[in-house]
Design a protein around this ligand. Structure first.
Ligand SMILES: [Fe+2]
Length: 192
């Protein structure tokens, strides 16, 4: 497995969120193959379908950036955070510090990145975009068994467009990293 590269990017001034997202992913992901990339692309596609179903205007390029970084806290060695979701949020905050995002948008992005893997929505959580990301994660991990009202054909098309490739090996590495470094994440971050 390739070694992670050092990931400091203070010189980057990005106005194109898609390019920034791809650049961040390239610098942080240590995995060969398309497994993790396609996982992120499927997540973005499911978020897009869920938002589209609700006519939600949340910017899709920002959704793409969030999808591409949502798991990178697992492999980012220099971010600070109690769990990998918080490290993904810290990574996002640092990498986007030069972008003109409102404080409200930054807070929304933090919630998206720290709550997307929850089994249940946090009580009182009423942001439909945060919920769309959480639902998209469960569509992905249930391999389309959970659909949240989306057409099964649309979900199948996403899985066909972005094959799993080596994602099962990536998940094994994710599990190893989580169990050896932050086992409580499985309880505190995901299920409650
Ligand atoms: Fe993920």
């Amino acid at each position: 497995m390739a070694r992670p590269r050092l990931c400091f990017s203070l010189a980057i001034v990005a106005t194109d969120l898609l390019a920034l997202a791809d650049d961040i992913f390239e610098r942080y992901s240590p995995y060969p193959g398309d497994g993790l990339r396609h996982h992120c692309l499927r997540l973005h596609a499911f978020v897009d379908l869920l938002l589209e179903a609700e006519s939600n205007p949340f910017p899709r390029d920002l959704a793409y950036l969030l999808a591409m970084v949502h798991d990178l806290g697992l492999v980012a060695r220099f971010e600070v955070g109690a769990n990998y979701m918080m490290r993904s949020a810290a990574l996002f905050a640092r990498e986007t510090q030069k972008l003109e995002l409102s404080q409200a948008t930054r807070e929304q992005c933090q919630k998206i990145l720290t709550e997307n893997h929850r089994f249940f929505a946090r009580r009182g959580q009423g942001d439909p975009v945060v919920e769309a990301f959480r639902r998209a994660v469960w569509i992905e991990h249930s391999r389309g068994f959970r659909r949240y009202g989306l057409a099964s054909a649309a979900i199948r098309a996403v899985f066909a467009k972005f094959p799993r490739d080596n994602f099962d090996r990536v998940l094994v590495d994710f599990a190893r990293r989580t169990l050896t470094r932050e086992p409580l994440t499985l309880v505190r971050g995901i299920f409650f």
